[in-house]
Design a protein around this ligand. Structure first.
Ligand code: 7TS
Length: 414
């Protein structure tokens, strides 16, 4: 059973659920400060995967035999859990994909190719991960639509004062925005953007890859049209994620992948598509991974999304307080009250890769690079940053080790 912590979580206790923390890296305990890229997996999820393979595994929706029925029930049960996690009105609207990237590509291709053309405008932001930028830029080019991005202010927050100017570019048809920025941690006003998108007659696509693990999501309250997220960033297995979409839109869309399982009937002349969600789930799905995703939803729900968010905010305040005293520290992003547990920074005069390597010598893992956000890096006027990111198992000692490592890097290299 997952450890429960209804109001405040106990990260030190939760760490015992994560076997990875039992080992040392370079002779030191692992200080893992890269959860935005991917999180570690608790025993509850690992056990579920093993038990499923050992007792319940078969392909789904195909066999009439008992084992296939058991596997199908597990897979569909996971769909219900993931759908409920984002308060989807109907589990049929929840499509299992390979991850947030594939979810967004599905919308960009299957909706975009048939609904965009010259005179239409696709609006993203300067804060997008490439996953929610490149597919839209590409589909806009292919269809002749205009592609534009909402600019950022100096805190890394969206300049909503530019929306009037943007709407003069043409018929706004798509607004695509991340709920939480992977690079700066900014919590974006997606509910306001969704309302604006609908005023323009546009669809609202939310990239929730960084929000789902850390921030409660209610697609009905957001009033968005599509929402994408990944399992591996919230304690679940890799290679599975979800796309939630409004049934009324999904039903009008052409399929994205074609092949087995997504059809109603196939003849030499014509193929007709299956029902939702199967129309968008061609071929053998990541079955065990989806079941593991369901177990991950149970785990983070038991810990409590509110408790996770509060824990990260406490760590953020603790870390920022100490980091500002590190010689050469330059931080990016908004204040903690509008931010998830992500800190992007540079140490003046030292390349981020060198900083990360010095930290690694002491078992401290952080990310260095452009974080798949090159437009943002251009805006910040840097090629790369370091990034430390937290999760439910992060403890303040790891932040102390980060700070000590940065001081060491400054002393050695600045
Ligand atoms: N959107 C956001 C906001 C992300 O942070 C990521 C991955 C994705 C989409 C893509 O998710 P995937 O599961 O399909 O890969 N984020 C990161 C990151 O922060 N560093 O590397 C990948």
């Amino acid at each position: 059973m997952a450890v429960t912590a209804k109001t405040k979580l106990d990260a030190a206790k939760l760490r015992a659920d994560f076997p990875i923390f039992g080992q040392e890296i370079r002779g030191k305990p692992l200080a893992y400060l890269d959860s935005a890229v991917s999180t570690h997996k608790p025993r509850q999820v690992l056990d579920k995967l093993r038990t499923f393979y050992e007792t319940s595994y078969a392909n789904v929706h195909r066999g009439v035999y008992t084992l296939s029925e058991i596997a199908t029930a597990e897979y569909e049960g996971a769909r219900e859990k993931v759908a409920q996690f984002v308060n989807a009105p109907d589990a049929r609207e929840l499509i299992f994909t390979r991850g947030a990237t594939e979810s967004i590509n599905l919308v960009a291709y299957a909706w975009g190719l048939d609904n965009l053309g010259p005179g239409d405008v696709v609006v993203v932001t300067e804060l997008e991960h490439h996953s929610n930028f490149v597919p839209w830029q590409y589909i806009a080019k292919r269809t002749g639509a205009t592609f534009t991005a909402i600019p950022l202010d100096e805190h890394g927050e969206l300049r909503l004062d530019t929306l009037d100017e943007i709407k003069r570019l043409g018929n706004v048809k798509v607004v695509a925005n991340n709920f939480v920025s992977n690079a700066l941690g900014t919590i974006n006003p997606v509910e306001r953007l969704a309302a604006w998108a609908h005023e323009q007659g546009a669809i609202m696509v939310v990239d929730a890859a960084q929000a789902a693990p850390h921030h409660a999501i209610d697609v009905q309250q957001l009033d968005c049209d599509f929402l994408a997220f990944s399992s591996h960033k919230m304690c679940g297995p890799t290679s599975v994620g979800a796309l939630w979409g409004r049934a009324s839109l999904l039903e009008t869309m052409a399929p994205f992948n074609l092949g087995g399982h997504m059809i109603r009937s196939v003849t030499l002349d014509e193929t007709t598509w299956g029902q939702l969600p199967y129309k968008f789930e061609a071929g053998t799905q990541p079955i065990a991974e989806a079941v593991g995703f369901g177990a991950a939803v149970d785990y983070v729900t038991d810990v409590g999304i509110g408790a996770i968010e509060e824990h990260e905010r406490e760590l953020l305040v603790y870390a920022l307080d100490r980091l500002v005293d590190v010689p050469g520290f330059v931080g990016y992003g908004p204040p903690p009250d509008r931010r998830a547990g992500i800190i992007s920074f540079n140490i003046e005069g030292i390349h981020p890769h060198d900083v990360a390597q010095v930290l690694d010598m002491d078992g401290v893992a952080i990310r260095a690079g452009h974080h798949c956000c090159q437009p943002l890096m251009a805006k910040l006027g840097v090629a790369a940053t370091n990034r430390a990111s937290f999760y439910l198992y992060t403890i303040s000692e790891e932040i102390d080790r980060l700070v000590a490592g940065l001081r060491k890097a400054h002393k050695l290299l600045a």
